[in-house]
Write a protein that binds this ligand. Structure first.
Ligand code: SF4
Ligand code: SF4
Length: 142
């Protein structure tokens, strides 16, 4: 392109608003079908584990506390998830969906990338059990 032709474009651009968006200060609504964070509803979960088997990224685990009483906790590794929605397709009971509202998932530390879903008391029980196991390991190693 000739240098002279460029001056025309430069001059015109002086009177135009920038096309870049000032994210995160200005936000547009997320598209309706955006595949954001995976959400699990334990209410209808049968514990069949099909979602776990079909996940290509090994991003979800179902921890069975009591199969008869259907007490399950799902551990979701956001940092492994490829947001492919295969698990959503695989679940015959409609327990899984991908949020179009929760998609800003960046974190400064790795730990918050682990999300636990389930009843509060079940998640609490699991976390306490893991903490006890860690303390026990540390004491054994000392
Ligand atoms: S969206 Fe894909 S990668 Fe993420 S948990 Fe589901 S199956 Fe696994
Ligand atoms: S596929 Fe559905 S019902 Fe089966 S374990 Fe996963 S969430 Fe539960």
């Amino acid at each position: 392109m000739a240098i002279g032709a460029m001056f025309g474009d430069i001059f015109k651009s002086l009177f135009k608003r920038p096309v870049t968006e000032l994210y995160p200060f200005q936000r547009k609504p997320a598209p309706e079908h955006l595949r954001g964070k995976l959400i699990w509803d334990p209410g209808k979960c049968s514990g069949c584990q099909l979602c776990i088997k079909d996940c290509p990224a090994n991003a979800i685990e179902l921890i069975v506390l009591d199969k008869v009483a259907k007490k399950f906790v799902m551990r979701y590794h956001e940092d492994r998830c490829t947001f492919c929605a295969q698990c959503v397709q695989s679940c015959r009971f409609g327990c899984l969906q991908m949020s179009s509202q929760e998609w800003e998932l960046a974190q400064l530390e790795r730990k918050p990338f682990e999300v636990y879903y389930g009843k509060d008391e079940d998640v609490q029980f699991l976390l306490e059990r893991a903490a006890r196991a860690e303390t026990g390991d540390a004491e054994c190693g000392a």
